[in-house]
Design a protein around this ligand. Sequence first.
Ligand code: ATP
Ligand code: FE2
Length: 326
Amino acid sequence: MITLGIEGTAHTLGVGIVDSDGTVLANELDMFRPAEGGLHPREAANHHADVVSDIILKALDSADLSVKDLDLVSFSMGPGLGPCLRIAGTAARAMSCGLGIPIVGVNHCIAHIEIGRIQTGCRDPVLLYASGGNTQVIAYSEGRYRIFGETQDIGVGNMLDKLGRELGMGFYAGPTFEKLAKEGSKLYELPYSVKGMDMAFSGLMTAAVALRRKGVPLEDIALSVQETAFSMLTEVTERAMAHIGKTEVLLGGGVAQNMRLREMVAEMAEARGGSMYVPDRRFCMDNGAMIAWLGNEMYNSGVRMDVRDTAVRQRFRTDEVDITWR
Ligand code: ATP
Ligand code: FE2
């Protein structure tokens, strides 16, 4: 069975094609990068509308397939920005109706877990999903993927991007933080905000801006921000592992590309007698292949959707989905 998946929760419009073995036949994407300021949902949606047809054709082309070869279309139903989600949903519905093939709407966060499992070979991990819009610690328990801890305010990547903008680093500041932190030498204390199993990042951001006003070098700020935020993520992940008795950790989301975060999580996992898994960069960031793969898994386990049931869900929670394929 060949599935084409369309991702469109936020910045990225992605189209992936997979077969039922989990082979990724294509994974094309185009990311909206605002010229200045943050991500405006409508501007991002306009971008997605402009590129979606081209990216679908590009994916078919790189898989060396025609639309007639497709057996299923899936799309990111949520969570995400409404205008963006609706572009992906509309494109998927048009393909389903036009080609007469079934459609499945999938949960974006669960797609990160499932592509990570198939790509890295881990079996039953705790997922640390750290991206711009999302920061959650998720694990499988009794038929659902449950959220063990999550951010109470903004995603850790969003915090880096917003802070980066305040500090004049430009948009998409995560990689810049990583580079600068390597040159940092002094660690400043910043608000470490873990409450129960949840985290918050905006206090840290405000405190980092205040440090800059006092003339602290950017390198030291980057070092301090990374060490503090990533320690919070590692602590919550470790507690989830201990609580639920799992030894594997899977990283997902754009922030998983950060080598310092990987180092901290790997060290924690090894100390617990477990190990860390990180999918290839193309599968950590938002991408269409993960949407296609989860659509394939859901469909093959018996999930069916009518086009009428495919309205997007901006606040689609990870733990609302019955996991029928495990
Ligand atoms: P989602 O819809 O899942 O919330 P997203 O739109 O934020 O995702 P992703 O590609 O998953 O997109 O993640 C992008 C985030 O990852 C940005 O906030 C970016 O700054 C951050 N990021 C990318 N590379 C790094 C890095 N090396 N270190 C830290 N953060 C990074
Ligand atoms: Fe994501």
